[in-house]
Design a protein around this ligand. Structure first.
Ligand code: ARG
Length: 630
């Protein structure tokens, strides 16, 4: 059958599509000459030019292909060059160095991309994953405890990722896997019945539950000491039990058997057992703890603008765990070990513990049941867990077990490093829930908003009180989020509120101010007697180098978003947006806008409008709002 040849494709309106077209043309040029060479890929990669004088894009593949094709790289580059140089979006193509092909985009192509933006609901981002489902598990705090720094980071990073993943077309299910079924409930029930301060509980329920929990710990310790049985070192573990528990939810390790069991601990265990057997009174109390905690968490989520599709806590899976462990044993995935049941994991330092000797189930057991549920319910292509580095072993074990059970979808632990903040003594600390010195997220936000208010008031004394409140909220919350998102999530970091709120550097206030300034220019342009804003603009046109450079930078936006969707590293989007904001400052220095002659003025206002829309869209994907004035 004769091949009709490639249909003349329309001029693409995105840099990614153009890169694809050019890459396929380049590959086709080589395949024609070397039809039998398996080394020639379907598409040659295009990379950004290393230096501005090299143009916009570079094809470097001829260097790698020279050897397998037995040719000089420059000869291959000549073939490629001949094919891509004629493309209507290419203004200039050159063979350079040992065998690169350097390309300069036509200004008409850049203008065409920018002109198509307003009509594109996806802002140029390709829906590469349309039709694919994905589950993202993030935030997942524990009931009756305040969110600690790990939950804060998980909430911020997870929310940015869910937004980015939706933007590339995934059907996302964001699930808050609440820790609502830990062993802490036995202790809490005892403490609640013994020492509750009703008024304090009504004022600050989580605070009071934390106090009750801590009181339990203190009193229990005192009892243990009185018994003359300060906790003996734990006996030699059932294979891996200690490691497994330490790596996962902290509560799993609470119940080490010590030489003597205090009356308080005995009581707590009895209440826990009653709860797990469905005792109505304990269930009512447990439900109340969940309700009041969730109400507090929801306030925080509302302040942060974070939403979930489902909030299935660990308790949701509880009824399935007994059968699950039997299934694991029957399938040969789990085996008995000194009264307990474990899943051995090759290459991991310890097996995953799924049933303790006393018959109770663990964090990991629930997580296996959760995977089965998610696969059955959503049939996702990926499941992402946004959880800190300390749980690395847990997820390694969990994923290995899931594979043995035949789970096909990608399972990814989206880890992040620890964050230190200033403790009461002024030094850096990560805090500890047990010591009760965790920074409370709400207090964090209050402080950031308060300081943002004074920054904004100083910057713009003309803001009305209502505007000032709004700006302070947007900037304060934005600063906390951006500070977290703008750094590689794997790095450990210090949370420095002064830096996060600075108007200079890669910060939320800098980005938000860049946006507000663009909006202020647009408002001035539209003011009566000032010409008529965008209305008179004939068309977007990029004449000056500063205009072209800014327009060119805008084309990289969809690629930056797709990159984050691929790598799950939101800081790459921050970097792009920061560069874009920088390019606008250069632009302001190089060309006049409001004072430019009418035709240029209109075109520049249009260009700046595209920049403003892109900043807003990009920050929106990070969960960060922008103020219209600042
Ligand atoms: N609640 C857990 C903790 O605070 C985090 C849960 C993460 N998600 C999961 N499916 N294991 O440590």
């Amino acid at each position: 059958m004769s091949h009709p040849g490639p249909a003349p494709s329309p001029l693409p309106v995105s840099l990614l599509d153009l890169s694809g077209q050019l890459g396929r043309l380049a590959a086709a040029a080589l395949r024609e000459r070397f039809p039998d060479a398996a080394a020639v890929p379907a598409e040659l990669a295009l990379s950004p030019a290393a230096r501005p004088e090299f143009g916009d894009l570079q094809i470097t593949g001829c260097l790698q292909l020279a050897k397998p094709l037995g040719q000089k790289p420059r000869e291959l580059a000549t073939l490629v060059h001949a094919r891509v140089a004629g493309h209507p979006a290419v203004a200039k193509a050159e063979i350079a160095g040992p065998g690169y092909v350097n390309l300069t985009l036509s200004t008409a192509f850049i203008e065409g991309c920018l002109a198509s933006l307003p009509s594109d609901p996806h802002h140029g981002i390709r829906q590469v994953h349309a039709g694919q489902r994905l589950v993202i598990d993030f935030s997942s705090p524990n009931i009756a405890k305040p969110m600690h720094i790990g939950h804060i980071r998980s909430t911020i990073i997870g929310d940015a990722l869910q937004r980015v993943l939706r933007a590339v077309g995934y059907a996302v299910t964001a699930d808050n896997h609440l820790g609502d079924w830990g062993t802490q409930f036995g202790k809490l029930i005892v403490a609640y019945r013994s020492w509750l301060d009703r008024a304090a509980y009504e004022r600050d329920p989580i605070g009071e539950l934390v106090r009750l929990y801590q009181r339990f710990v203190t009193e229990e310790k005192a009892q243990a000491e009185a018994l003359g049985a300060a906790k003996a070192p734990p006996p030699p573990q059932a294979a891996g039990e200690g490691a497994a528990a330490a790596a996962s939810n902290e509560d799993d390790s609470d119940e080490e058997d010590s030489a003597a069991v205090t009356p308080l601990l005995k009581a707590a265990r009895a209440e826990l057992a009653k709860l797990q057997q469905g005792d109505p009174e304990n269930l009512t109390l447990w439900r109340e703890f969940v309700t009041v905690s969730l109400r507090e968490f929801d306030k925080t989520y509302a302040r942060l603008g974070v939403r979930f599709d489902t909030v299935h806590g660990e308790s949701y899976y509880h009824d399935h765990l007994a059968a699950l462990v039997e299934e694991l044993i029957a399938k040969g995935v789990a085996e008995p070990s000194r009264g307990a049941v474990v899943c051995p994991v090759e290459g991991a330092p310890a097996p995953l513990l799924v049933r303790k000797a006393d018959g109770s189930f663990l964090y990991g057991t629930t997580d296996i049941a959760t995977i089965e549920y998610r696969v059955r319910t959503y049939d996702p292509s990926r499941i992402l867990y946004v959880v800190g580095v300390p749980q690395q072993l847990h997820f390694q074990q969990l994923f290995a077990v899931a594979r043995k059970l035949g789970v096909r979808c990608e399972l990814e632990h989206i880890m992040f490093g620890s964050m230190r903040f200033r403790g009461s003594d002024g030094g850096w600390t990560t805090g500890s829930t047990r010591k009760g010195n965790v920074p409370l997220l709400d207090e964090f936000i209050d402080e950031a908003v308060r300081r943002a208010r004074s920054v904004a008031a100083e910057k713009n004394p003309e803001l009305s009180a209502a505007d000032l409140d709004e700006v302070a909220r947007i900037v304060g919350v934005g600063a906390i989020k951006y500070n977290d998102l703008s750094r590689d999530r794997l790095a450990d970091m210090n949370f420095d509120l002064d830096k996060a709120l600075s108007l200079e550097g890669n910060t939320a206030p800098y980005m938000q101010y860049a946006y507000a300034r663009l909006r202020s220019i647009a408002r001035k342009a539209a003011a009566p007697g000032e010409g008529d804003g965008l209305a008179s603009a004939a068309a977007l046109s990029l004449r000056e180098p500063a205009e072209r450079a800014l327009g060119r930078k805008l084309l990289d936006y969809p690629g930056a978003v797709e990159q984050v969707a691929r790598t799950t590293r939101p800081h790459q989007l921050c970097e792009y947006l920061y560069e874009l904001a920088g390019a606008v400052s250069v632009f302001y220095n190089e060309v006049p806008v409001l004072k430019a002659p009418p035709a240029e003025r209109g075109a520049r206002l249009l260009l700046l409008d595209r920049v403003a829309q892109t900043l807003k869209h990009g920050l929106g994907l990070l969960g960060i709002e922008v103020p219209e004035r600042m």
